[in-house]
Design a protein around this ligand. Sequence first.
Ligand SMILES: [Zn+2]
Length: 150
Amino acid sequence: MLRWKDVIYYAKYSNPEPARRVEKTEEEWRQLLEPSRYRILRKKETEPPYRNAYCRSYEPGQYTCAGCGSLLFHASEKYHAISGWPSFTQPATRGAVKYTFDNSHNMERIEVRCNVCDGHLGHVFPDGPEPAGVRYCINSESLIHGSIGC
Ligand SMILES: [Zn+2]
C-alpha cells in the first residue's frame, strides 16, 4: 500500500521505473488527442469541478491513461471525496504514476503524472481515507474508463 511518505520519497528522490515508455513530440500529442484532453494531459490545465465525466461515476472496471492506454487506477479504489473530481485512494500499481513537486498557482502540491507518457493527471493530497491516507484527485479528461478486467 502506498502512503504519503512514499509519495514524498518518490517526488523528492526518484520515481518507480515504468514498465514501458511512450514518448511523442508536443505536435504529435496535439494531433493525437482531443483538444479537451490535450489541454489537461499536456498543458496541465484543470477541468471544472463536478462538470466532468467521472466525478459521480462508480461503475466497476478500470481507468486507463487517455494519452497512452496504460492502466492507472482500479474503480475499486475510487471513492466519494466531495472534491468535484474523480478521487482514488491508490494507483493500480506502484509504478503506474509518477510524482513531482508543483509550486504553481501559489500552492505547494504534488503533481501526479502517467509514468509511461508523462501525461498530467492531477494531484495527490495527504487527506485520503484510512488506511493509506492519500487522495488522488484526478481529471476525468485524462482517464478512459473500461469495464474489461473488472
Ligand atoms: Zn499515459
